[in-house]
Write a protein that binds this ligand. Structure first.
Ligand code: FCB
Length: 445
């Protein structure tokens, strides 16, 4: 596919298109006085990350941000979703502020406004300062207070100019993927740590919302990630296993945020490991938000196992996959948009805050023919329009990602960008998907 099948006019009035990135994945954390993070520690431990790569240089966005913001503007995007690195702003996690770090985000926000872009800030996209990891990181209840202080410092500086803010990107990845599966920093496989991290991440979210409201910052939201859970076969056991996966992946956080309780199916496993008094924290966790963000990429095929709770395993499925080996299942996006509105958020605006695909893009004669990415985005945009037709208040769609970048444990190998990055020269080259999107976004409002 070389062109999109839709135009701007096919979307509701005021619908916003954006591009998303995150600090550690693009900035180059070795520059500008940033402190060490648990991702640096995780990456320096053999076996955790492909070729032990880290975010030390990444895309060098720290020095090339003007060129990068020009790319966002020139594509015709309305919104730029970025994140602020805790360790860049407060190198030790608490205490002294790195003025250079705060100045960087100040310039970046002004740079977006100069280019007519709406700044959509995420306070935390995973690079926890190492000194806080030493204190137990997300396992330690005190993190809610540390995080609220960080929120106050960042938003005290840029909160007057941003368009939207969300405290934490993807609580599931912060909690489960990092503490139960050990796939992300800090790389734990420990159910007690998992339960605590999953709860504290929501408490920290609530405290940050309270702080930002206090500062008068508006348009505050929460961003969760979702994977459609498909049973491996028609048996009752496979159906129940997929339901458990769905509960701890897709329902736990929304339920906490919007209903002030956790699903029974998750408490079966995590209940005994939650910190004392967790039930008393929902007043803070359910602090009202103005919108909800959904990050969506794929579905997983789930089979039951005899192992300990949650007694399930992912198995390969039959659908075409991306460079991540993730099945392409656009219908899942429509499903989650409808379910989130129906069961959790009602009339609250929903944004697809991340969607996109990794592709093994190769530059040839200065071009990357990523036609598969155009087809992927086009199919997911069709689901957004269907959800809108069904009355779901979906208000925007942001592509992950602007640039090829540091894909966490998979290093620099997986290319998610609309713009190709040569990690030797750091040269940016817009791919076919970038040009096709620019063309689509220019076709009449
Ligand atoms: C999401 C993350 C983002 C990126 C994409 C592929 O879970 O938010 O940083 O890694 O997946």
């Amino acid at each position: 596919m070389t062109d999109f099948s839709c135009a701007r006019r096919d979307f509701p009035e005021g619908f916003l298109f954006g591009a998303a990135t995150s600090s550690y994945q693009i900035e180059g954390h070795a520059h500008g006085g940033a402190g060490r993070t648990h991702w640096d520690d995780f990456a320096s431990t053999p076996g955790n990350v492909v070729r032990a790569e880290d975010g030390g240089l990444a895309c060098d966005h720290y020095h090339r941000w003007e060129e990068d913001l020009d790319l966002v503007r020139d594509a015709g995007f309305d919104v730029y979703r970025f994140s602020t690195s805790w360790a860049r702003v407060i190198p030790e996690g608490r205490g002294a502020v790195n003025a250079e770090g705060l100045d960087f985000y100040d310039r970046l926000v002004d740079g977006m406004l100069d280019r007519g872009l709406k700044p959509a800030a995420t306070l935390y996209h995973w690079e926890l300062p190492s000194p806080l990891a030493d204190l137990g990181g997300w396992r330690n209840r005190d993190i809610a207070g540390w995080f609220a202080d960080f929120a106050e410092i960042v938003m005290g500086r840029i909160g007057d100019r941003i368009w939207s803010a969300a405290p934490i990107n993807e609580p599931w990845c912060v909690g489960w993927l990092s503490h139960f599966e050990g796939v992300h920093a800090p790389g734990l496989r420990d159910i007690r740590a998992t339960a605590r991290a999953m709860h504290h991440v929501l408490l920290a979210h609530g405290r940050a919302i309270e702080v930002m409201r206090g500062l008068g910052v508006g348009n505050l939201g929460a961003v969760c990630n979702f994977e459609f859970a498909h049973p491996a076969d028609a048996s009752a056991e496979a159906t129940a296993a997929a339901a458990r996966y769905d509960a701890y992946y897709n329902q736990f956080f929304l339920s906490g945020l919007f209903k002030g309780r956790y699903p029974e199916a998750v408490l079966e496993g995590l209940g005994p490991h939650l910190p004392d008094g967790w039930q008393d924290d929902f007043a803070a966790i359910t602090a009202p938000v103005d919108w909800c963000g959904l990050n969506y990429y794929t579905r997983k095929v789930i089979a039951p196992t005899d192992a300990a709770w949650p007694s399930l395993a992912e198995v390969p499925g039959p659908l075409p996959t991306t460079q991540m080996d993730w099945e392409i299942y656009p219908e899942g996006l429509g499903y989650f948009l409808r379910r989130t509105a129906a069961d959790y958020t009602g009339d609250l605006p929903l944004y697809v805050t991340e969607n996109g695909m990794a592709n093994a893009d190769i530059l040839s004669n200065g071009a990357a023919a990523d036609h598969a990415r155009i087809a992927y985005i086009d199919a997911h945009l069709a689901e957004v329009r269907r959800a809108d037709d069904d009355g779901v208040p979906v208000a925007g769609y942001y592509v992950w990602s602007l640039l090829d970048n540091y894909e966490w444990a998979l290093g620099y190998e997986k290319r998610f960008g609309l713009v190709h990055v040569d990690f030797g020269t750091l040269k940016r080259t817009p791919k076919a998907s970038y040009h096709a999107l620019a063309k689509m976004l220019a076709t009449a409002d």
